[in-house]
Design a protein. Structure first.
Lengths: 205, 337
């Protein structure tokens, strides 16, 4: 493997521009796909298209947020680290949109059905637990709360690794037969957890 | 202000290059001597469309369908709102062309259906082989509007053109030992990318096979369809000939059929082979028997309109075709799902 000893340091303004572009891109993309959904430009079943887009989007963002730390360490590129929080928050935003599309357009606010689906369908239960984890992590990512929580914060935020594996399981469980893609997500998430095993172990001891 | 994000395959009339101009372009290329190199590149990009369409030269031709002559039959679903044709032809499950809903329309346009051969064989007195032209001329064609309920809990209303399967089975004169009818889709990995690898074909062991009990096959509702919306079938919907069994989940309605065999034993079916605990041989639409992973009690009817126009309706036993209920008298439909 390529060994880079020299730390990477780039112009902070450049990182700021990348950050703003990232915000713009992720917000615009989500807004655009919703707009297409409302104006009937998402193919035969706009609800399914939106569910797929927001679900896969949330999972991809969660995986990316977890890649940041190992990548920053490997490349000695500390300026990447501040990207973790916004990417994680976007993952939660996409996951919330996913849940909103599910209850608003798939189940059309049939309250009884919402409750029974979450309880009775294992893949929906797993998805819902993932969403709760992401919401908890989002709320506790506020600086004041983070400070107040101290060391407990790191324990709580290790749940991101649980979330990514549950999200992969949620995906694997809902496909009809093409299980390869979700399997790749799960394997990759497991690999990420192994990369960070020492850190995770330390926290749970 | 309305932004219109056009799909890669929704070409408009004015985008069609005049044939003369198109050929001229090739001539010019040939004269320049680039044609050899150019066609080499073209071969590697294939007919896969996607977000990188900008890089292809947009030469992809749409499959040509033609108008059919038929009489209109009043059906139970005639008063239902039709699913728009562009939705019924762009949102398909046809894993032979990929597992995504828009894979079939993107990957199936070059399917060659002429010549075609459909054989009816097995336990019959007179085996029949139909050529492409025979499919449209052997029987009087009728337009019937049917509801289609997918096992994934969405549904459409589609005007099919075709004839009762019973017509062709009667013509072949089934032997008294015949109890079941099995169907097989074209197997041609060269034309069907999903059949080339387990990864693109959803793990299905091709060719796709389906089956019916003989009395189900003889039920007049059961039809072989050669067209929809007044024209011959596009390949993503199962050109040139497909089955339509409106009281069963959509996966029973096998597409692009090449072989029909009458048998004395219950034939294997693709989805039952894949997951026997989730998909049975009968697969009758039944709101009281849930799929192990999702509810079958209600369905989302795909008609016009965006997110706000979605209508969720109750799923009816036998998809509302109560006349078939006597076929299953004294059967436990929970056990034979």
């Amino acid at each position: 493997m390529l060994k880079i000893n020299k730390p990477i340091r780039v112009n902070p303004t450049f990182m700021q521009v990348i950050r703003l572009l990232g915000h713009g891109f992720l917000v615009m993309w989500l807004a655009m796909v919703f707009y297409q959904g409302f104006t009937d430009q998402l193919g035969g079943d706009p609800v399914q298209s939106l569910l797929d887009f927001t679900g896969i989007g949330a999972l991809n963002l969660l995986v990316i947020s977890l890649i940041v730390s190992p990548l920053a360490m490997h490349l000695k590129f500390a300026q990447l680290l501040p990207f973790r929080r916004p990417i994680g928050l976007y993952s939660a935003l996409y996951a919330l949109s996913h849940f909103y599309v599910f209850i608003a357009f798939e189940l059309q606010f049939e309250l009884k059905l919402i409750v029974s689906e979450i309880i009775e369908r294992p893949y929906i239960t797993v998805g819902f637990v993932t969403l709760l984890i992401l919401i908890a992590l989002s709320i506790t990512s506020i600086n004041a709360i983070k400070k107040w929580m101290g060391a407990k914060w790191f324990t709580l935020h290790s749940l991101a690794y649980v979330a990514v594996i549950l999200a992969g399981l949620h995906y694997l469980w809902l496909v009809k037969s093409a299980w390869y893609e979700p399997a790749i997500y799960i394997l990759f998430s497991a690999f990420l957890s192994i990369l960070r095993r020492t850190k995770i172990k330390k926290i749970f001891k | 202000m309305l932004f219109k994000f056009r799909n890669s395959n929704s070409l408009t009339e004015n985008q069609v290059t005049d044939e003369a101009v198109y050929k001229q372009r090739r001539d010019i290329l040939k004269k320049l001597g680039y044609f050899g190199a150019g066609s080499l590149l073209a071969a590697s990009t294939k007919a896969t469309a996607g977000p990188f369409d900008w890089f292809s030269d947009g030469d992809k031709a749409k499959f040509a369908t033609s108008a059919l002559n038929f009489s209109k039959i009043q059906t139970d679903a005639s008063s239902d709102v039709l699913t728009p044709m562009d939705k019924a032809t762009s949102y398909n499950n046809f894993y032979e062309f990929g597992t995504g809903k828009d894979d079939p329309i993107n990957n199936a346009q070059s399917l060659n259906v002429e010549p075609w051969s459909l054989s009816i064989e097995g336990l019959v007195e007179k085996p029949i082989t139909l050529s492409y032209d025979d499919l449209f001329s052997s029987f009087d064609l009728e337009e019937r509007i049917y509801r289609l309920r997918c096992v994934e809990a969405w549904s459409m209303v589609i005007p099919w053109v075709g004839f009762s399967l019973a017509n062709i089975i009667k013509k072949a004169q089934p032997l008294s030992s015949a109890k079941y009818v099995s169907f097989q889709t074209l197997y041609d990995p060269k034309q069907m990318p999903g059949q080339r690898s387990r990864f693109t074909g959803g793990g299905v062991d091709y060719p796709y096979v389906e089956g019916l009990r003989l009395d189900e096959a003889m039920q007049p509702l059961t039809m072989l369809s050669v067209g929809m919306y007044g024209k011959t079938l596009p390949p993503q919907n199962g050109a040139p000939i497909r089955l339509v069994v409106p009281w069963k989940y959509g996966f029973k309605s096998i597409k692009s059929i090449v072989k029909i065999v009458l048998t004395d034993k219950q034939p294997p079916t693709t989805w039952q082979n894949l997951a026997p605990d989730e998909y049975g041989f009968y697969a009758n639409v039944n709101p009281r028997v849930d799929h192990p992973r999702w509810s079958q009690g209600r369905e989302r009817r795909i008609t016009d309109g965006g997110l706000l126009a979605q209508n969720r309706i109750d799923t009816l036993p036998f998809n509302g075709y109560d006349e078939v209920a006597p076929l299953y008298k004294s059967m436990d439909l929970r056990k034979f799902y």
